[in-house]
Design a protein around this ligand. Structure first.
Ligand SMILES: Nc1ncnc2c1ncn2[C@@H]1O[C@H](COP(=O)(O)OP(=O)(O)O)[C@@H](O)[C@H]1O
Ligand SMILES: [Mg+2]
Length: 373
């Protein structure tokens, strides 16, 4: 058996140990006889092993008892003809990926007296790459969805128009009339799904301007009243005088409140009351944004005294295509969230079955991160 060389500790040896200790890569070295020659701090960290004073000198199979993948790699060192270079090892139990290179340590005669494993924790890199891949996939999915939606709009409009024409040709057949009315209704619904889907998948671009939230709310209210049946619903609007202008996109904010108000109308089903209030409020300043006004926000509450959102559903109603309505698209709230997020705002739901629903939208007067969009 070759003589162990780690018993001699000279000045160079100490330098070497310091060097290995301060490396940002993991290093593990073993002797030909299978004893551990060296293992640096980073190696202990990556493999989440506690350091014991007597680890060096013990059989590596013993020290790495709980890390069978590592034992397998090291065991191959003196058996394989070509050693792995820049290989990857997935440590399932630690949920980690490491990239490693295994090399032999040879003496002056070319005899292998040990092996050394250099490695790096790739988990973070992997995660970033995965996120990048996901983003690409979503972007192309969105593009595809937008393409399909666009293509569907024309044939759907065609169906609706032609069904209308046909209806005029069969004035005396109530059965045909009702079937054609159904066809038109379905085509209209399909069209609204397509329009909302386009809205949802389209990447958001804000046209920022000084925006008067009270104008936005008035316009949203009249749009929502046109979309949903008002019936006997009472509407109370209370907007604080001299609300500060906010940096926002007038049209997109209109969409936000139109969607929320439409949902309120639909929840009430022709009876009940809606209140719409807007006030300015100071909020926790965002440390990332500069500027004196950044700590003021406009807070808008859209409340209704309808049936409320069932307990288990409050997390799901913002998911795309989640709907409890027979003719719903489930895209109203996801669009709301997307636009509010783009304004650096937030939306909160308070709801109890039986007492009604409140959606609170908080919009900062000056949004912090739009410079990066
Ligand atoms: N004001 C509200 N009261 C009760 N439930 C609501 C209210 N607003 C939204 N919801 C619930 O959230 C779901 C998703 O809403 P939304 O995304 O606008 O899609 P849709 O209106 O097409 O169903 C609705 O189907 C409904 O169950
Ligand atoms: Mg809706």
């Amino acid at each position: 058996m070759p003589k162990r060389s780690n018993e001699h500790v000279g000045p160079d040896d100490r330098f070497f140990r310091q060097l290995v200790g301060s490396m940002r890569n993991g290093v593990i070295a073993i002797h030909r006889d299978g004893s551990l020659a060296l293992m640096n701090d980073e190696a202990y960290r990556i493999f989440t092993l506690p350091r014991h004073a007597d680890d060096t000198g013990r059989p590596f199979t013993d020290v790495f008892r709980t890390r069978p993948d590592l034992v397998r790699v090291l065991s191959g060192a003196f058996e394989l003809t070509t050693l792995p270079n820049r290989a990857e090892l997935r440590l399932k139990d630690l949920d980690r990926v490491i990239g490693y290179t295994l090399s032999l340590v040879k003496d002056d005669d070319g005899e292998a007296i040990g092996a050394v494993l250099f490695f790096k924790d790739l988990t973070r890199v992997e995660q970033l790459e995965e996120r990048e891949r996901l983003r690409d996939r979503l972007a192309s999915l969105g593009e595809m969805a937008a393409g399909i939606a666009h293509e569907l709009k024309n044939p759907l409009a065609g169906i609706e128009v032609m069904a209308g024409l046909l209806r005029r040709q069969v004035p005396d057949s109530p059965d045909a009339q009702s079937l054609l009315a159904d066809i038109m209704g379905e085509a209209k619904l399909a069209n609204s799904i397509v329009v909302e889907m386009l809205e949802f998948v389209r990447p958001i671009r804000l046209q920022l301007e000084d925006t008067d939230v009270s104008d936005v709310l008035r316009q949203a209210m009249s749009l929502a009243e046109r979309k949903a049946a008002r019936g006997d619903i009472t509407v109370r609007v209370s907007i604080q005088p001299e609300l500060p202008l906010i940096e926002g996109d007038h049209n997109q904010l209109c969409q936000v409140f139109m969607n929320l108000l439409t949902n309120a109308f639909e929840a009430l089903d022709g009876r009940g009351s809606i209140s719409l209030t807007a006030v300015s409020q100071s909020i926790e300043p965002d440390p990332a944004s500069a500027g004196g006004d950044s700590s003021t926000a406009v807070v808008v509450d859209v409340c209704d005294d309808g049936p409320g959102v069932a307990d288990g559903l409050s997390d799901r109603i913002f998911n795309p295509f989640f709907t409890t309505k027979p003719t719903g698209t489930g895209l109203g709230l996801p669009i709301v969230r997307k636009i509010v997020d783009a304004h650096d705002g937030r939306i909160d739901l308070t709801s109890q079955p039986g007492t009604g629903t409140r959606f609170r939208v908080t919009l900062p007067v000056v949004s912090g991160s739009h410079w990066f969009r």
